[in-house]
Design a protein around this ligand. Structure first.
Ligand SMILES: [Cu+2]
Length: 230
């Protein structure tokens, strides 16, 4: 009896491994990576306000980057997505409240759970301005290190804190592959279906722009997008 069980387990393990190999191959053949460089020729827009609350964690000045421009005119914090592609495989969304800022400034996730951290160890109150998903207005006391909320519907959600008026973040819930640009304006979107695809770029201050790209399976296709000023 014991021997039979062992055999069944071994067969189950083997077939599991075979299925995994097939899936991995389908990915490599079916999709490619798109490296998008988003540029902006205009000036950075940065607001600075004095802080006189929780200064030990927040500091005495809050810097609000409405348009963050890095080296070579690269635009940070833009969301780059593929509206025509479904079935995203992005990592679980995580946002932290650290130094009385939302980190990262823009979270990109597929529909599902968002982990909300409180590294500051002070009272924050997360407030979302969503329409497709149920809005959240919830205190996160200093002892509560993590909360989890669900965002099942695709939309870009503005996030603020009712305790610290300057805190601002964004959660982009997208059904397919997507990414946010880094400080140099570069975003790598993985698992993009091969063929002609429309790429959409969204920025909180500069709005939307689109580009066309021909995705080659298993390869990195580069595309540059320039955002127009508002
Ligand atoms: Cu706060």
């Amino acid at each position: 009896m014991r021997k039979a069980l062992t055999t069944i387990t071994a067969v189950a393990l083997l077939s599991g491994a075979a299925a995994w190999t097939l899936v991995a191959r389908a990915d490599a053949q079916g999709g490619g990576t798109v490296e998008v460089t988003v540029k902006y020729n205009g000036k950075p827009q940065v607001d600075k306000i004095k802080v006189n609350k929780d200064t030990q964690q927040c500091g005495t000045e809050a810097v609000i980057e409405k348009v963050a421009v890095g080296d070579n005119k690269g635009l940070a914090n833009a969301v780059v997505s593929v509206p025509g592609a479904k079935g995203g495989k992005l990592a679980k969304g995580v946002i932290d409240q650290k130094g009385c800022k939302f980190v990262p400034h823009v979270v990109v996730m597929n529909p599902g759970e968002l982990e909300i951290k409180n590294s500051d160890g002070i009272l924050h109150n997360i407030h979302t301005y969503s329409t497709a998903n149920a809005p959240i207005n919830k205190a996160q006391p200093k002892f509560k290190k993590t909360m989890t909320e669900k965002f099942d519907k695709p939309e870009v959600i503005k996030v603020t804190c009712d305790v610290h008026s300057w805190m601002l973040g964004w959660v982009a819930v997208t059904p397919g592959p997507a990414a946010a640009t880094d400080e140099n304006g570069v975003a790598k979107i993985e698992n993009v279906p091969a063929g002609k695809q429309k790429i959409e770029v969204w920025h909180e201050t500069l709005g939307k722009q689109t580009a066309e790209v021909d995705v080659k399976p298993g390869q990195v296709t580069k595309v540059a997008v320039e955002m127009k000023g508002k």
